[in-house]
Design a protein around this ligand. Structure first.
Ligand code: NAD
Length: 282
């Protein structure tokens, strides 16, 4: 019968002991789109628990460097930045290879980068469609494809895709986003099945609304379009479907994330976990 390794036992495939929830010392995480919002929150969660991190994303270079250096100094871990444009497969593959070359391994891949555009289907610009599919869906394929050989060689891996409640249900005017996020859930299931015997898991987290720049832009747009205050947009539009009537926090997402990447999460595989205040229960 399978026996859980005890704390301190050597795990198969490498010399690291059993990894409980939040025990990330010696592990390396690559997190796409981690210069702001959810990705940055997860990167901080990894660093605070002793893991090394490769940050990625757009933004002011001096601000990114400030975040990187501060995270490194505060936690005594190694934090690197790779500026891969997540639309481009070769740059994404280079980012994954960079983690292995520069930090020595790759234990955790978080496919998180994402963008949004809100428009009716008949007016939806085709370039926006292509951009959203590339950043929100294809980038997860590019990164997973590059990460799996490294994880297989190490005998363990954890892939976490940040999907959305919109990976499970739709809202009008978000055709590209909803299509991409449903695609992420399909990719998650497929990768999980392919790697189930390799000690590599792949799961999706499906957040409801979290107050990050991607949502702040939608609030501002809706306030302009409808000529109402941002507070009214939050109450009447954004949180309309979220029964708790408050934003999900990145800490709440980090709690599930830390479980999924631990050894206790080994049997959670190919699943989509809602953290949406009850939105998709309806
Ligand atoms: P955010 O705008 O704060 O973060 C998006 C990140 O992606 C940023 O770091 C940005 O620089 C990066 N990015 C965008 N285009 C990129 C590109 N071409 N190459 C590299 N990086 C790029 O938004 P967020 O809310 O933190 O979103 C993170 C993920 O969570 C997204 O996939 C989003 O769809 C998902 N999500 C967000 C919410 C929410 O309410 N905020 C809800 C469900 C799912």
């Amino acid at each position: 019968m399978f026996q859980w390794p005890k704390r301190g036992d050597a795990a198969d495939g490498d010399n690291t002991a059993f990894r409980g929830v939040g025990e990330l010392k010696g592990q390396v995480a690559v997190i796409s789109g981690s210069t702001s919002g959810i990705g940055l929150g997860l990167a901080r969660a990894v660093a605070a628990r002793g893991g090394d991190v490769v940050l990625n994303g757009l933004g002011d270079p001096s601000e990114i460097e400030r975040i990187r250096a501060e995270m490194e100094a505060a936690n005594g871990v190694r934090v690197r930045y790779h500026g891969a444009d997540m639309r481009k497969g070769d740059e994404v593959a280079d980012m994954v290879a960079f983690a292995k070359h520069d930090l020595g391994r790759l234990d955790i891949l978080v496919n998180n980068a994402g963008v949004q555009h809100v428009e009716s289907i008949e007016k939806f610009p085709t370039d926006k469609w292509e951009q959203i599919i590339a950043i929100n869906l294809s980038s997860a394929f590019y990164a997973t494809r590059a990460a799996v050989p490294i994880m297989k060689a190490q005998g363990r891996g954890r892939i976490v895709n940040i999907a959305s409640a919109h990976g499970l249900v739709a809202s009008p005017f978000k055709s590209a986003y909803v299509a991409a996020k449903h695609g992420v859930i399909g990719l998650t299931k497929t990768v999980a099945l392919e790697l189930a015997r390799e000690n590599i898991t792949c799961n999706a987290i499906c957040p409801g609304f979290v107050e990050t720049p991607i949502v702040q832009m939608q609030i501002a747009d809706q306030a302009r379009t409808h000529g109402i205050s941002k507070d009214r947009v939050i109450d009447e539009v954004i949180l309309k479907k979220q029964p708790t009537k408050r934003f999900v926090t990145t800490d709440e997402l980090a709690g599930l994330f830390l479980y999924l990447v631990s050894d206790l999460g080994a049997s959670a595989n190919g699943a989509s976990f809602s953290i949406d205040g009850g939105w998709t229960a309806e």
